[in-house]
Design a protein around this ligand. Structure first.
Ligand code: SF4
Length: 267
């Protein structure tokens, strides 16, 4: 129902984005939210093309700016369900600052991040999520940096709903997105996904290498304490729903403070 007829799509064979996107669309339909009042916002990159494949009002925005664009839409029209679907490079490198502040403010939007551990579209360069020591075109001897552990970042920034799954866990992933869509507040779901083209140019990664890691080195711990949310590609990656809580959204507190102080505003 939600898919467009824009075939062929741009994603490479073996890419995980299609599976993540499909879970997102199934969740949107299953959640019962009013799709006539739902918009999807994407940034730049392979995952950022998602907005082009959905039969809804959708916006393919500039690099790193999906979250501020989505925030503006939600504040201008609080009745909208606003879904951000984008990649790790877009949301956590150039867009990282927007992410932490939207989570801190508890802006009522749902953010789904496909994390393929690199800048896939531009050739597999190292990103803020690339594993330490991974060889990429920009780190030919190995990446000296430590990657973000995204659920921990969301957790510490104040998100109301936080989960991490892989594209091998589509039922859990779909359920999480569905739950997030019906919650108030800032929701974040990370989806680990293979990028056999970008990352593989230098690292010779095959799609199955990632899939093997997701199969053998992941452990599900719903409600895990932050110290238990590990991200070690050799030893273990924690999956699950980590946070599901309620606190006032940005619009709740804004209405009680700023709106009443405008000249002419009335209670
Ligand atoms: Fe997917 Fe990587 Fe190809 Fe982009 S470059 S479409 S992330 S496989």
């Amino acid at each position: 129902l939600l898919r467009t007829d824009r075939i062929p799509h741009i994603w490479c064979p073996g890419c995980g984005i299609g599976t993540a996107f499909s879970s997102c669309l199934v969740a949107m339909q299953a959640s019962g939210i009013d799709l006539t009042k739902t918009v999807m916002v994407s940034g730049i990159g392979c995952s950022g093309r998602g907005a082009g494949y959905i039969k809804l009002d959708s916006y393919h925005t500039t690099h790193g700016r999906a979250i501020p664009f989505a925030t503006g839409m939600k504040l201008a029209n609080p009745e909208l369900n606003v879904v951000v679907f984008s990649g790790d490079g877009d949301l956590f490198a150039i867009g990282g600052n927007h992410f932490i502040h939207a989570a801190r403010r508890n802006v009522d939007i749902t953010v789904v991040c496909v994390n393929n551990l690199n800048y896939g579209m531009t050739g597999g360069q190292a990103a803020a999520t690339t594993p330490c020591m991974a060889k990429t075109p920009t780190t030919p001897l190995g990446n000296p940096e430590t990657p973000f552990n995204l659920p921990l970042l969301a957790y510490a920034s104040g998100a109301s709903y936080v989960a991490r799954w892989t594209i091998l866990h589509t039922r859990d992933l779909t359920k999480s997105i569905e739950e997030a869509l019906t919650r108030r507040g800032f929701s974040f779901i990370e989806v680990l996904a293979p990028c056999p083209t970008g990352y593989g140019r230098r690292n010779k990664e095959k799609p199955l290498d990632s899939l093997k890691i997701y199969q053998e080195r992941t452990i599900t711990k719903n409600g895990a304490h932050p110290a238990e949310i590990t991200l070690d590609y050799n030893r273990g990656i924690t999956l699950g729903k980590f946070i599901d809580t309620e606190r006032p959204t940005f619009l709740d507190t804004y209405d009680k403070t700023c709106r009443l102080s405008f000249p002419g505003a009335s209670e």
